[in-house]
Design a protein around this ligand. Structure first.
Ligand code: NAD
Length: 498
């Protein structure tokens, strides 16, 4: 069976005879290939290649770097169907959803085709007599990205197009569950004319991650994944003196006000809660209704829509929702329906038995809907990362905001309302990094930045957009004087430049 290896110095490395683990199609439960697990030597080889490529690439003019990104962008568009098919075969999400993720990644590439403009510095004339000052941003060196299974193409493209366009070289460690898209992107970058060593992929697990963090030639770590691992990556990378951004898990709420269009809110919730089988860090997993009447109407509208939702393999056109990523994750998500029931929630739709289609062997579960969930229940306080939507009933907007703000995560939060006053109060008072008003999944576009608050992000910088440029560069401020006459004699006091 095929073994996917690493992409180092412009090509695939030889597949190892051992030290590999299976890749499984979640729609069938069958192994499709194996993925190599990088050793310390593999990581050293990737870092050496990226380090050797840095002087040449960082000295390549921004406009030439942009031209590579233009070509890469066109290749992404040309091959989007193949990339989406690879994602579906390893992740399980439906094809249209996989295509959407490729488009969101492609938009980051489009953003950095403007890198000469994005790197424009600030300049001031006459900061002192005859003294001019300007600030410019410089690349860091070798940067590394560690990414989760649920967006095999988009999340890597939150990172490497920005890093590379800024003049850095990059090593990607994708999820060992979904490695194929990353290797495909590496091939496309080479075809676009990216020099050898500027972009490398090492596959693997914690061994590869720790080796990247500990390597003295790696200057920055960009991470997306679960909160316990994000916290670990942040602590270990900071202790090693590295720049680090580590995005973690989430529990995103939609507050539904009495003046909202309930049918519109229900339609939005269907995609936001059950799209990609709930395996999105911006999935809405809690609907907080203001007033019992809203809860009753919303629940009825959701029940009707859930009955029409089709669960099936991601490569079948009629499927709305594919399988979960693994047997272990299926067991975990299933257990939460029982946990909710035992804690006193009303199980309105039980996804463990709510679908029928030819799904034998795959890790399928239907959508679940729980009502009368309270803040303390585990189905509310913990990230489930599956198609389980909870309704929490609150009496006022203030109570709803307090409930959202008390949660440990703060990735996204959304309000559905017809009132500008309620929307304004919500957007100002809510503790979350990405907020929507009548927008179900407020994922920022490429030229804004993506990131949460609280325990959904460790570090100072969000991803892509202006914050991405800042993360992958460092500032140098230069003051110049070209004196007409000879400088004055020695000065030992702090220069004031005036
Ligand atoms: P994960 O944390 O298990 O794995 C993420 C990456 O870390 C993988 O590359 C994995 O190989 C590596 N890793 C896992 N355990 C490690 C360890 N002990 N030490 C070092 N490296 C380790 O996450 P996942 O299951 O792949 O992805 C799902 C999680 O990612 C969810 O919690 C989801 O909310 C989160 N996520 C967050 C965002 C965001 O933007 N905040 C986006 C996508 C996914």
């Amino acid at each position: 069976m095929k073994i996917l290896s690493h992409y180092i110095h412009g090509g695939l490395t030889a597949a190892p005879s051992d030290n590999a683990q299976p890749i499984v199609d979640p729609a069938t439960g069958k192994q499709t290939a194996s993925v190599a697990l990088a050793t310390l030597n593999d990581v050293d080889a990737a870092v050496a290649s990226a380090k050797a490529a840095f002087p040449g690439w960082s000295e390549t003019t921004p406009i030439r770097r942009a031209r590579v990104m233009f070509r890469f962008r066109d290749l992404l568009e040309k091959h989007q169907e193949e990339i989406a098919a690879l994602i579906t075969s390893e992740h399980g999400k439906v094809h249209s959803d996989a295509l959407g993720e490729v488009t969101r990644g492609l938009e980051v590439v489009e953003y950095v085709t403007g890198i000469p403009n994005l790197l424009t510095g600030r300049a001031s004339e006459d900061v002192g007599t005859g003294v001019d000052s300007y600030g410019l941003r410089y690349p860091l060196g070798v940067c590394a990205g560690i990414t989760p299974f649920n967006f095999p193409a988009m999340v890597p493209m939150w990172m490497f197009p920005i890093a590379i366009a800024c003049g850095n070289t990059f090593i990607l460690k994708p999820s060992e569950k979904t490695p194929s898209a990353a290797l495909f992107l590496a091939e496309l970058l080479s075809e676009a004319g990216l020099p050898e060593g500027v972009f490398n992929v090492v596959n693997g697990n914690k061994v590869a991650v720790d080796a990247l963090i500990d390597h003295s030639d790696v200057k920055a770590i960009s991470f997306v994944g679960s909160t316990p691992v994000a916290e670990y990556i942040y602590a270990r990378s900071s202790a090693a003196g590295k720049r680090v951004q580590a995005l973690g898990g989430a529990k995103n709420h939609m507050v539904v006000m009495p003046d909202a269009d309930i049918y519109e809110a229900a339609d939005a919730l269907m995609g936001a809660a059950y799209g990609s089988a709930g395996e999105r860090c911006m999935a809405i997993s809690v609907a907080v209704t203001v007033g019992d009447e809203v809860a009753d109407r919303l629940r009825a509208a959701l029940q009707k829509r859930i009955a029409d939702l089709k669960v099936g393999p991601g490569n079948v056109a009629s499927s709305d929702m594919g399988p979960l990523i693994s047997a272990a994750h299926l067991e975990k998500v299933s257990s939460y329906v029982g946990i909710g029931s035992n804690e006193g929630a009303s199980v309105i739709v039980d996804g463990r038995s709510a679908f029928s289609s030819d799904t034998s062997g795959g890790y399928f579960i239907g959508p679940s809907l729980l009502d009368n969930v309270s803040a303390q229940m585990r189905v509310h306080s913990e990230e489930i990362f599956g198609p389980v939507l909870s309704i929490v009933r609150s009496d006022t907007l203030e109570d709803a905001i307090d409930l959202v703000n008390a949660h440990e995560f703060g990735n996204g939060a959304v309000i559905y309302t017809g009132s500008g006053e309620a929307a304004r109060q919500f957007t100002r008072q809510i503790s979350a990094g990405m907020v929507g008003v009548n927008v179900p999944i407020p994922v920022p576009v490429a030229y804004h930045s993506f990131g949460g608050w609280k325990r959904s992000l460790f570090g100072d910088h969000h991803m892509h957009g202006p914050e991405g440029i800042r993360f992958f560069t460092r500032l140098k401020t230069i003051s110049t004087r070209w004196p007409k006459s000879k400088p004055q004699s020695n000065q030992f006091s702090m220069p004031t430049l005036d």
